[in-house]
Design a protein around this ligand. Structure first.
Ligand SMILES: *Cc1c(COP(=O)(O)O)cnc(C)c1O
Length: 402
């Protein structure tokens, strides 16, 4: 007797992260997706090659794989699940988050077009804009991360609004429906890098955003052990992105995709813990006399608390704050921490700490660095999956040393 069909439409993100929108047949009835470590896939006959090529032209491919730059089965399985969690028609998986950011921009930017970026953005995205866009005669503005500032920056030639939410390190939350309204009225494409939110905490596509980007190196992979990125959106837009992907070859390898698929199996429960620990630690820091100021969107003191409450299911586990004092006190505190590793990145199982100005912005001129908020006593925590009581105790003992 055949099994009854599955009905995934009411499944929650944690379930979609494990099953996608249903099960596909797998070799040998394997439960996890086997790694196919191969660079090419053979055909049985010369005719089969011709049939395959013809079928591609007709948009009805007769088989899935031919050459590994174009993708691999583990990648496809991840793409299917990630699209299901995000509520997108399709996703394209890349070998890093930055590959997703750059290839989305390069696919859709136009000569003499204008791109609006929001400030407090990922360092490498900012550097791409500042150092490379002029080579392609693409204009850009970097504006405050608010819908008002974006609207004010729109010009007749603006064709892309590229935002992040939450931003990094100040965790500003953008009013996405307001930005989408501005964009739609003028036929501008919206792209959002929602790495810090994840599809667990925010659903930009439901709010009308055209393309969502994530660094899967962070919460989606979740274990500080892989690099990957993805773009999600409509079939039409993803087809354009996939064409660029095939050419450039920023394709994640099968083992990376295996790790990502494995990480996704605990995505729901990991995000619950990240959200819970993030709020608990942010509250503890805000109440601490050695801390000058804390930025966490789940705190009422955060400038975008109201938008976050409206838009976000939770606020993740990145917290930024100013230590009372200067460079010396800040470093003393960081060095006194036991559980937090001094390293960039976020969203994995180990808790991480960075003094922002040295880690990500060291080579910027001092005045510019301070202008974009990278002051000496700014610290960013990215909580891992340790028990938050242990993290709080560690932070308290380290603060006691200054
Ligand atoms: C880490 C990160 C990226 C870059 O992703 P990689 O996987 O490191 O290439 C882009 N945007 C944001 C917001 C990030 O946190």
């Amino acid at each position: 007797m055949a099994k009854k069909p599955l009905d995934p439409k009411n499944w929650h993100p944690a379930t979609l992260a494990i099953h996608g929108l249903g099960r596909l047949p797998k070799a040998h009835h394997a439960v996890s997706t086997p790694i196919l470590q191969t660079s090419n896939y053979y055909f049985d006959t010369a005719d089969e090659v011709e049939d395959f090529m013809r079928s591609k032209g007709q948009g009805k491919v007769t088989r899935e794989h031919e050459y590994a730059r174009y993708g691999n089965p583990t990648q496809q399985e991840c793409e299917r699940k990630l699209a299901a969690i995000e509520g997108a028609e399709r996703s394209v998986l890349y070998s890093s988050g930055m590959a997703a950011v750059l290839l989305a921009l390069m696919t859709f930017m136009k000569r003499e077009g204008h791109i609006i970026f929001t400030g407090d953005c990922y360092r490498q995205t900012r550097d791409f804009a500042m150092n490379f866009l002029s080579k392609f005669d693409v204009l850009f503005s970097i504006v405050d991360p608010t819908a008002e500032a974006i609207e004010a920056a729109v010009r007749p030639e603006t064709n892309i609004i590229f935002t992040e939410s939450p931003t990094n390190p100040y965790l500003r939350i953008l009013d996405i429906p307001a930005i989408v309204k501005v964009a739609k009225a003028r036929n501008i494409m919206t792209i959002i890098d929602a790495t810090l939110a994840t599809p667990y905490n925010i659903k930009p596509i439901e709010m009308g955003v055209d393309i969502v980007i994530h660094s899967a190196t962070k919460y989606l992979g979740g274990h500080n052990d892989l690099m990957a990125g993805l773009a999600l959106g409509s079939n039409a837009l993803m087809t354009d992105l996939y064409k660029m992907q095939r050419m450039i070859g920023a394709t994640p390898g099968p083992f990376t995709c295996f790790l990502l698929e494995r990480g996704l199996k605990t995505f729901g429960m990991r995000m619950e813990q990240h959200n819970k620990a993030g709020l608990a630690v942010a509250k503890m820091l805000e109440a601490h006399p050695k801390i000058e100021k804390v930025w966490y969107p789940g705190l009422e003191s955060h400038p975008d608390y109201a938008i976050a409450k409206e838009q976000m299911k939770g606020n993740g586990s990145v917290i930024s704050f100013l230590v009372r004092g200067g460079n010396t006190e800040t470093r003393k505190f960081i060095d006194a921490l036991d559980l937090f590793l001094i390293t960039p990145s976020l969203g994995g199982s180990e808790s991480l700490v960075t003094q922002m100005w040295t880690m990500s912005f060291f080579d910027y001129p001092e005045a510019y660095r301070k202008d974009i908020g990278m002051v000496d006593n700014l610290v960013r925590l990215a909580l891992g999956l340790e028990d938050e009581a242990d993290l709080i105790a560690d932070l308290q003992q380290a603060l006691d040393t200054i």
